[in-house]
Design a protein around this ligand. Structure first.
Ligand SMILES: CC(C)(COP(=O)(O)OP(=O)(O)OC[C@H]1O[C@@H](n2cnc3c(N)ncnc32)[C@H](O)[C@@H]1OP(=O)(O)O)[C@@H](O)C(=O)NCCC(=O)NCCS
Length: 169
């Protein structure tokens, strides 16, 4: 197991993971994770727009004793009247499979409940079974399909369908 993963596990055990609002100073770290984690990564402008619009952007910090704090995950959500829309959810690749996805979802549901949102929506690639499994565990159900919604991730590849998932808060 790599040193980073050992650090994450021990940080989690010591409550060394903390969720907080994203700041513009975080974008360098967030963009580095985004590039490595996503099939179609958001650019700096998308994050900057989310930070300046009424979107809520949150990061998970890993705090290790005697070490620098590092961002290991984040989400971006947007409230539209009584609906919450999940725009982005990412766990840094080297920390995936360790519970960060559950931690990010718990933060999203908490925000939705406090804001009295009735429903939470998201879009997910039809091939993204890990994310779909995470959402199913949080009682999201597929409610629609958008055919060929996502642009190809490389030349010669077909467009990809999007599943729309929804959960009653
Ligand atoms: C989707 C994502 C956020 C999940 O984060 P994660 O930290 O790896 O997830 P967790 O460790 O909390 O696991 C949450 C659930 O995801 C599923 N999961 C995680 N790793 C998996 C794997 N290797 N295979 C299948 N399912 C997996 C399981 O349902 C798991 O629940 P369980 O641990 O109770 O069995 C992460 O994989 C990611 O950032 N992916 C790239 C970006 C992305 O696709 N974002 C979603 C866009 S819609």
């Amino acid at each position: 197991m790599s040193r980073d993963r050992v650090n994450l596990l021990s940080a989690a055990k010591q409550d060394g993971l903390c969720v907080r609002d994203m700041l513009s100073q975080d974008l360098k770290q967030v963009l580095a994770i985004e590039l490595n984690a996503q099939a179609s990564p958001w650019g700096r402008l998308s994050f900057e727009e989310s930070l300046t619009k009424q979107h809520r952007c949150r990061v998970v910090d890993m705090i290790v004793e005697d070490g620098p704090t590092a961002i290991v995950g984040y989400h971006v959500i947007c409230q539209v009247i009584d609906e919450l829309h999940i725009l982005n959810v990412v766990a840094a690749p080297q920390f995936q499979g360790l519970g960060l996805g559950h931690m990010l979802m718990a933060d999203i549901i908490d925000i939705a409940q406090k804001a009295h949102c009735n429903k939470i929506f998201l879009e997910v690639r039809s091939s993204n079974q890990v994310a779909q499994s995470l959402y199913a565990k949080w009682q999201f159900k597929q409610i629609a399909l958008r055919k060929e919604y996502y642009r190809p991730t490389s030349v010669g590849q077909p467009r990809e369908d999007a599943f729309i998932f929804m959960r009653q808060t």
